[in-house]
Write a protein that binds this ligand. Structure first.
Ligand SMILES: [Zn+2]
Length: 317
């Protein structure tokens, strides 16, 4: 059996996993990222948790084929350099070169959303697809594009920013500087903002009582209220799905992938999200009577997608 190390470098945690050639995570280790810190220290910690995971798996480094790192920001996968990450405070950090001084194996780096998409492609909801797009609905909206089985990241490694395509030029301000980005509406943050606005508008909505009991407004509040028969809750869900369908239909019109996979906490809602979403997307896409339309599915690997995808980055380009 062959084994690979996948590292998911995040703003809060560094996670490493040892993944078998059958895509099973056999051991995991983690530590805090503790930002802000020098890139060199963070790299040393990535190596440390990776070695910890190898030990936990009962393996030795001899049994490891390669190391892959998924990172926020722009990762130049050809040169092994994290060119820019505002989250981590990295600028032209030669991460592959440094990692090899700790673990002398082939090493690869990739943007984290691309790595997660690759994970879903090799072992999750997009398995078997030739072309796939993965969209993660979290704090923002992340995108990863697989074309002919390879990660597509544009000519400057900064591609696949599906979240920063504009849906409404007069919409709310986005963190990227534009207005009305897909991300502003369709992220979990966007859903919470829509929910808050609706609660303000209709004080009689059960959402007010629910969020008071919970101590906060969450991305689940509107869905929960809808299930209780709350009209304002249903209106928020409908509006959220309408925007999400718009962004997804745009993406399908450009890429026409075999599979478009959506992930993130919001997707735990399951069918009440997925079924009306599919219905709306079918109305909007260009290929209304194509024999083969994009299959919209929910991501399968959850937080493990990043580790699994990173582990197999050697195959991704
Ligand atoms: Zn934006």
């Amino acid at each position: 059996m062959k084994y690979y190390i996948g590292i998911d470098l995040g703003g809060t945690n560094i996670k490493a996993g040892v993944v078998s050639e059958e895509f099973e995570i056999v051991a995991k280790a983690t530590c805090k990222t503790n930002l802000p810190r020098p890139a060199e220290e963070i790299c040393a910690d990535m190596a440390k948790v990776a070695l910890e995971a190898v030990k936990q798996a009962g393996l030795t480094l001899d049994q490891i084929e390669a190391v892959g790192i998924g990172t926020p920001g722009t990762a130049n996968s050809a040169d092994g350099v994290i060119e820019y990450s505002n989250n981590l405070g990295f600028l032209d950090f030669h991460v592959v070169e440094l990692m090899k001084t700790f673990i002398d194996k082939p090493c690869y780096v990739e943007n984290d959303a691309n790595a997660a998409a690759y994970g879903e492609y090799v072992a999750g909801a997009a398995k078997g697809a030739n072309n796939a797009v993965c969209i993660t609905l979290g704090t923002g909206v992340g995108g990863g594009i697989i074309i002919d089985g390879k990660i597509y990241s544009g000519s400057n490694f900064a591609g696949a920013e599906i979240g920063h395509t504009v849906i409404d030029p007069n919409g709310p301000q986005c963190t990227c500087g534009r207005k009305g980005c897909f991300e502003v509406f369709s992220s979990a943050t966007g859903l919470v903002n829509m929910t808050k606005a609706a609660m303000e508008e209709d004080k009689t909505s059960i959402m007010n009582k629910m969020s008071e009991e919970m101590g906060k407004v969450s991305a689940r509040t509107a869905f929960n209220a809808m299930r209780e028969g709350d009209k304002a809750g249903k209106a928020v869900v409908d509006k959220y799905i309408w925007y999400l369908a718009c962004g997804i239909a745009n993406t399908i019109n450009i890429f026409q992938p075999d599979i478009l996979c959506i992930g993130g906490g919001v997707c735990n809602e399951g069918d009440p999200l997925l079924l009306p979403l599919k219905e709306q997307v079918a109305k909007e896409i260009y290929t209304k009577n194509s024999k083969k339309n994009t299959d919209i599915v929910i991501a399968k690997l959850g937080n493990d997608a990043g580790i699994i995808g990173a582990a197999f980055l050697g195959l991704a380009h």
